[in-house]
Design a protein around this ligand. Structure first.
Ligand SMILES: Nc1nc2c(ncn2[C@@H]2O[C@H](COP(=O)(O)OP(=O)(O)OP(=O)(O)O)[C@@H](O)[C@H]2O)c(=O)[nH]1
Ligand SMILES: [Mg+2]
Length: 206
């Protein structure tokens, strides 16, 4: 049985929490309650294999953005979310290269308010070499498909993911610290920053 950490990223209000909760708990959260940081656990039995997912639902609001790189560092795979109803958000969901990623154009049920075409979403996904889904946390359309695709891609890249984790842990354990680090702080935001490339990632595109 394997365990993977998934980090859900995207602007405030695009539906990260709604998607995560729809996927892990099968209901739609109608209210908007901005997230600071939430963790969800889900055990999936997919393709006759059991995998435990630790899903980190991050804050999209700008005031919490300082935590973002820390969150990204902890992830094995990523769900990048934008809302099809908000054009400027697609432009910002681009800060990923490396590790298995899926892109979700969320709120697909709100066709009347669409500002981002499906083609633009697909073009972004192609550029990042990631699978792409238009999802709806409300109607559950493509929610399972998006997460399951990510799980399959994390499994396919298990060696890469574990190797990166090991590298990060080794860097955390390394005694190399700045001279001002009197208390032996591990320099949270600066350790383990290695930027993997998509080149090393096997990607199943649907
Ligand atoms: N119609 C519709 N509404 C959605 C969908 N996903 C989310 N919403 C609504 O959009 C609002 C914001 O959703 P959240 O999931 O809280 O957004 P978030 O991305 O987690 O926002 P932050 O936590 O601030 O980063 C809520 O009122 C949700 O009910 C969707 O697929 N369709
Ligand atoms: Mg949220």
């Amino acid at each position: 049985m394997s365990l993977f950490k998934i980090v859900v990223l995207g602007e405030g209000g695009v539906g990260k929490s709604a998607l995560t909760i729809q996927y892990s708990q099968h209901f739609f959260v109608k209210e908007y309650d901005p997230t600071i940081e939430s963790n969800y656990s889900k055990t999936v039995n997919l393709d006759d294999m059991v995998t435990v997912l630790d899903i980190l639902d991050t804050a999209g609001q700008e005031e919490y953005s300082v935590m973002r790189s820390q969150y990204i560092r902890s992830g094995n795979g990523f769900v990048l979310v934008y809302a099809i109803t908000s054009k400027d958000q697609i432009l910002r969901v681009k800060d990923s290269d490396g590790y298995p990623v899926v892109i979700c154009g969320n709120k697909a049920d709100m066709e009347d308010a669409r500002e981002v075409s499906k083609e633009d979403g697909q073009a972004l996904a192609q550029k990042l070499n990631c699978p792409f889904f238009e999802t709806s946390a409300k109607t559950r359309v493509n929610v399972e498909e998006a997460f399951n695709t990510l799980v399959r891609n994390m499994r396919a890249n298990m060696d890469f993911i574990r190797q990166k984790e090991e590298e990060q842990n080794n860097m955390l354990d390394s005694p190399r610290r700045g001279k001002d680090d009197k208390k032996g702080s591990k320099r949270g935001s600066r350790v383990g920053v290695s930027k993997p490339t998509l080149g090393g990632v096997k990607c199943v595109l649907s």
